[in-house]
Design a protein around this ligand. Sequence first.
Ligand code: 8Y7
Length: 273
Amino acid sequence: MFVCGSYQFDLSRPLVMGILNVTPDSFSDGGLYSHREAAISRAMQLIEEGADIIDVGGESTRPGAEPVSLQEELDRVLPVVEALKGVPVSIDTFKPEVMKAGIALGAAMINDIDALQNVDAMNALSQSDAAVCLMHKKGSPKTMQHRPEYGDIVSEVMEFLGGRIDAALTSGIAIDRIVIDPGFGFGKTLEHNLKLLGNLSEFKKLKVPLLAGLSRKSMLGAITGQDAQHRMAASLAAALIAAERGAAILRVHDVRATVDAIKVWDAVNRGRA
Ligand code: 8Y7
């Protein structure tokens, strides 16, 4: 059982987490009001397409991205969280203030690319009933793609995540609220990413649900030669590979297509639709 605020998921099939970027570059029509409305209607569309959780992000964490001020991030994210009461919402943030304010407005999960390494972030979670995704990255979004090096990537990432699970448990976060993620593309070369995906089932040893974020990532561009707008087929292939290797949550842009792909995968595993 995965407990996410007031929601519970039995994980009998992989969950689909729909990505909702609330950044000016993700909606080209300007103004804060229309921008907000566009984000909310996009969230409703993702739910209608079958998303189990909506991951709302107000700051781009793509390689090379510039940081956003706290106030700007609060202004982008909180109205959307508030409008999505009754929907399982995750907030993609590493800022403790955004975590606290978002949880107070009903967010069920925090997706922290910093894996609660900030003490205030850890406290924000331990004083709540929200779930948390602990993600591995090497370096900061600005610098992480500058020649990342590992000995054995799978064991290094596992060791990090195991340590973060222990820290979260020690601070009082229940095990059924913790999810881990190897952080595809965050300080990893193509080879590193391929090794992590190929060996994803190793992470099951850590005994908490696994989240995989592969949707439209540059590793898929490197494999197929397709630009980000034309990576849906590659993303579906990657999502199914992750599911086959034990991913419990798939973080994706193309919700409807992923839900259909998972239905086929699940029907074959069960021997019935
Ligand atoms: C991931 C993520 C991004 C991921 C988790 C993108 C915020 C880059 N990727 N969070 N965030 N896992 N947990 O291409 O892989 O979506 S941003």
